[in-house]
Design a protein around this ligand. Structure first.
Ligand SMILES: CC(C)(COP(=O)(O)OP(=O)(O)OC[C@H]1O[C@@H](n2cnc3c(N)ncnc32)[C@H](O)[C@@H]1OP(=O)(O)O)[C@@H](O)C(=O)NCCC(=O)NCCS
Length: 269
């Protein structure tokens, strides 16, 4: 199938079945992240995840795996939720809506199994991922984790510390229902904006420019941490024609949380 048809109904989203489809997820993971072996999520964890209430959902073109979403169950303060550890789409199938469709399938399956919350982390320097998570899916974020995984072997990380924002996707929140069922973007007053320059991808990729990317990461880290301490949440994201991105922060008016009282807005433990 050509990439031009990749966004059509011919791509089937469904749970992965059998060892060969799980192996295909491991292979696609290697292709997408190009990790060293030590950083690879092994086949056995995909197997275990399916057996303990996690999710391995694939996107299939002519029965070939071209994308997957992988999650494991988690628990915080007595509440069960799903932690989505990986979302990947093969390069030539990107930007046809498959990432979003995989997340929506995760959501349907999560709700069917009684979950209200799906979480995942994402790199705050990845403009595309921020846009997908915040604008297309309606996730929010109010937690920041400094150097979450330690140093990563993936070239996508560009040798920078693995700082991550934690996306919280409250599956039945007003915000998510309005967006997914009525196509209404959430209304809020932005009281702070945190900017990511469009050049960030080329800066991360080039040895000569990496210091500029590190500088943006350091500056934004401080801004996120202090904003979250002040009780702000990231509620939307904007990108301009030059590819720059902008996190928009405000006060979330829904009181959904599994954190201990007073612990939101801090570092991830
Ligand atoms: C993240 C990823 C899974 C998204 O998959 P995808 O199928 O391309 O996603 P979608 O097509 O559903 O949505 C992407 C959206 O971002 C937009 N987008 C593309 N490039 C962008 C950019 N540089 N800046 C901002 N938005 C961008 C797309 O236009 C699309 O929005 P639209 O539908 O309004 O046009 C895929 O890019 C990927 O595999 N990346 C590498 C691995 C990764 O980073 N995984 C996520 C972290 S675990």
């Amino acid at each position: 199938m050509s990439a031009s048809t990749a966004g059509t109904d011919q791509i089937v989203i469904r749970k992965c079945m059998g060892m060969d489809e799980l192996k295909a997820c491991v292979d696609l993971q290697k292709e997408v992240w190009n990790f060293d072996d030590v950083d690879i999520v092994p086949l056995r964890l995909f197997v275990v995840s399916q057996k303990i209430g996690g999710q391995v959902i694939g996107a299939f073109s002519d029965n070939q795996l071209v994308g997957f979403a992988f999650s494991i169950p988690g628990s915080r303060n007595g509440h069960s939720y799903l932690h989505s550890h990986m979302l990947a789409v093969r390069e030539k199938f990107r930007n046809y809506g498959l990432g979003r469709r995989l997340k929506l399938a995760q959501r349907d399956d999560a709700i069917a199994h009684g979950f209200d919350l799906l979480e995942w982390t994402f790199d705050p320097l990845e403009i595309k991922n921020a846009y997908l998570n915040l604008v297309k899916l309606g996730a929010i974020t109010r937690r920041y984790s400094v150097n979450h995984y330690g140093l990563s072997s993936s070239p996508l990380q560009g040798g920078l510390p693995t700082d991550r924002l934690v996306a919280e996707w409250w599956l039945k929140s007003k915000r998510v229902l309005n967006l997914l069922e009525r196509n209404q973007s959430p209304k809020f007053t932005a009281v702070k904006k945190i900017r990511v320059p469009g050049e960030i991808y080329s800066w991360k990729a080039a040895d000569a420019d990496r210091a500029k990317a590190a500088e943006v990461q350091k500056r934004n880290r401080e801004e996120f941490l202090s904003s979250f301490r002040d009780g702000l949440s990231v509620l939307s994201y904007a990108r301009d024609d030059d590819g720059n991105g902008e996190f928009q922060l405000g006060r979330w008016d829904e009181k959904l949380s599994y954190a201990s009282p007073g612990s939101e807005g801090n570092h991830e433990d």
